[in-house]
Design a protein around this ligand. Sequence first.
Ligand code: CLF
Length: 287
Amino acid sequence: MAPLSDESAQALAESHPCFSEAAREHHGRIHLAVAPQCNLGCRYCERWVGPASQGKAGPGTAERILSPREAADLVDATESSGWLRVVGVAGPGEPLANPATLESFRLIHDSHPSLLLCLSTNGLELQARLNALLEVGVQSVTVTINATDPETASQVYDWAQIDGTRIPAAACADAVLDRQWNGLAAAVNAGLLVKVNSVFIPDINERDLVEVARRAGSIGAHRHNIMPLIPRGRMRDKRAPKRSELTKAQDKCEKWIPQFRGCSQCRADVIEPPLCVQGGLSCCAHT
Ligand code: CLF
């Protein structure tokens, strides 16, 4: 496949609530928590599967793990609402480290071919799994890339599983970055709608962020989403960036690639109706 034309990318982005803030008005999304295993030790991550009432929230958390069949049934039930546009798998671990991810997408694409299937990944296995993703109908991919410099990467990550072997990040930071950037380029060239997510970790990767944006833009990625660090896991003593620091970074990166500024840093099992439904308002698309 060839990269999306500018017109096709624009049209797809305008219906995806994580690519277009305007799309959140009328298009909702659901995450299927089918992926508990992980292959990358992000120091800011604290995975949690259990009752939401225990105060855990955000990326890497889910109330329970669904089987592919349960996930497909949940989509069937949600789709009847009329507002569902995007079905994503974003954890709570790494989606491509779990065979259930592709199986879930396959089931859903068979029954609801018009839904936009979206994958969030750390990129380690993206290039290797790209054909399989295309076969099950995935159209949109987000790759989390936090660094361009291996020194930075070895501060962000603790370990990575490369070709089945768990390796300390200091010894494989180059390989992690190569896989992420090669996976990103392969996804763009395969005609997917592609976004890069970067966690902004003050004093660690702020200088890398602009280079991430420059490189992602030059590869042809369609959006960049800078997310403020949530201090937890092995970074629980770090601070989140101030709102002004986040805005400044987004403004600098906007020069290279359009910035998505509406991220809600959601759970791996989020169900988010569009704003017009959340607000109890009727809107032209759902009345
Ligand atoms: Fe989910 Fe991610 Fe697809 Fe969106 S989330 S897999 S691209 S459908 Fe969206 Fe959530 Fe932010 Fe992600 S608000 S954390 S950017």
